[in-house]
Design a protein. Sequence first.
Length: 354
Amino acid sequence: MARDLPVRFRTDDYHTGGEPFRIVAAGAVPLPGTTVADKRVAAIASGPVQRARRLLCSEPRGHADMYGGFVTEPDDDGADLGVLFWHKDGFSTACGHGTIALGVWAVETGLVPAQESGTRDVVIDVPSGRVIARVAFCDNAIRDVSFVNVPSWVHARGVEVVTGRGTATCDVAFGGAMYAAVPAAAVGLRVRPADLPELIRTGRQIRDALNSVGAAEHPGDPRLSGVYGTIFHEDVEPGDAVAAAPFEGLSAEGAVHQRNVVVFSDGEVDRSPCGSGTAARVAQQSLAGALPDGATLVHDSIVGSRFRAQVARHVKADGHDAVIVEVTGTAHRFGHGTFVVDPRDDLVPGFVLR
């Protein structure tokens, strides 16, 4: 089973707001295709690439909520690198937290130079298009990274979906992937760890119900169709006992403070506030007039980590009114890994318990 896998993988392991991102440098896995979007299609059909993904994502080397990416060549000379995002169920079209981590990785590995202050753009090709990791420096150190996304827009509003907790109404929005956004209270839940088993179960039901009726067909690229994740959200009020730290220097005036958890793919849980999901939520609120231009969405995760997001500009995309969203967060390296394949190991490439 292990014969067509490399015998050794070297990784750089980061987390963005608590969500893991395991980086495998270019050349570790053969990824045919002209563009990153083409490479994703080829990877889905490739037994060796799928087994490499499973090896690095599954137990005992990973876990059911592991996330990572294969660094590859960009589509052309206009970008610094490309990346193929992966998780336990396959290859995703977008990943904001991974883009933030790649911005830090690019500086820490010397792919792009560090600087004393100001910002530097790391341009990255991903399956949903070209994005930017805008690295901000202060005193010769990385302060934070802003993920500048592809256009985000609302696909449908007021879609009713039946769940095991009753009928809920959701909006479907695109932020590099399709998301169903649902107030947690609509299904009798809170965004808190104690409710996580029911959030996972209900998130799966919502995704499956919407996909069964084709509720999220991308108008320009069928490879981007289908609900990828369910975003459960709630407002954070002053004095909220579940809230993380206060606004961290942001004035509450002109800011919208919310907490969310994204249940994506087949029951994975994003520990961060979710970069592409945050972009979808900004589009949902901005285009409804609930988040004025210049206002900040302060977006907390289920573990208390935080992104800040704003509309950078308004655009048109695939016949929709859309916005370019900038999502700011931090990422930190927590280790390096060397993973080996023993040809005698009957459990290669691994297993997932969920």
